[in-house]
Write a protein that binds this ligand. Structure first.
Ligand SMILES: [Zn+2]
Ligand SMILES: [Zn+2]
Length: 213
């Protein structure tokens, strides 16, 4: 499996392209907004002869969805979100201009993600974990065989997602981290929505926000 990420838009959001030897790929949280950002993503996919199978959002905050419409149209792919994120997605067209994203175009979801089920492409399988708290319908994608989890804005290296946005809840977030992420093996690598990757073990031992008191 090949995991590539790009840092896009002023929020420094991590956009993930995951592929394997079959050349199938999925795109998670496309934050590309400017033309040069879109070009970087398109060039990577073309240069590696990838076939985009799915477009997924861990959650629908503006920084994670700016490129949804572009990717959907460019690759004629379906957009998958958790159903509870639909109202978050719908609200972004109102928030976007306030953040300076005047060229944001909305993309509607085509299918819903069901926690407990899996998404599959190529030879890869990712379980869908339900991890609300930063956003109400936040999900993470866990590949047990490859020992990676694409975690969005739930758990960061040394930090956690903010919970002051609409639909956020601190206690729910801590519960999600402990029940859904900290139950994974220590050597699972967490690829977050912002910043560097980390591991479950390191965060369990050292993350100051995740201590049970
Ligand atoms: Zn977020
Ligand atoms: Zn974010």
């Amino acid at each position: 499996m090949t995991l590539k990420f790009f840092v896009f838009n002023p929020f420094q959001e991590n956009t993930y392209v995951i592929s394997d030897s079959t050349k199938e790929c999925i795109i998670i949280d496309p934050g590309c907004y400017e033309d040069h950002e879109k070009k970087i993503l398109v060039d990577y996919i073309a240069d590696n002869h990838l076939n985009v199978r799915m477009l997924l959002n861990t959650h629908c905050h503006i920084d994670h969805i700016l490129g949804n419409e572009f990717i959907k149209e460019k690759y004629k792919t379906k957009l998958y979100i958790h159903p509870t994120e639909e109202f978050v997605l719908n609200a972004q067209k109102i928030f976007a201009p306030n953040y300076g994203f005047h060229q944001y175009h909305e993309a509607k979801p085509d299918a819903y993600l069901t926690p407990g089920e899996s998404i599959e492409f190529g030879q890869q399988k990712f379980s869908i974990l339900f991890v609300p708290g930063h956003a109400p319908g936040h999900v993470a994608f866990y590949n047990e065989k490859e020992k990676v989890v694409i975690g969005g804005d739930v758990l960061f290296a040394g930090s956690i997602g903010r919970t002051d946005l609409p639909g956020g809840n601190f206690n729910t977030l801590i519960k999600s981290i402990h029940e859904q992420l900290f139950t994974l093996p220590d050597d699972v690598v967490v690829y977050p929505g912002h910043g560097e990757e980390t591991t479950i073990g390191v965060e369990k031992r050292t993350n100051p926000f995740c201590r049970l008191t």
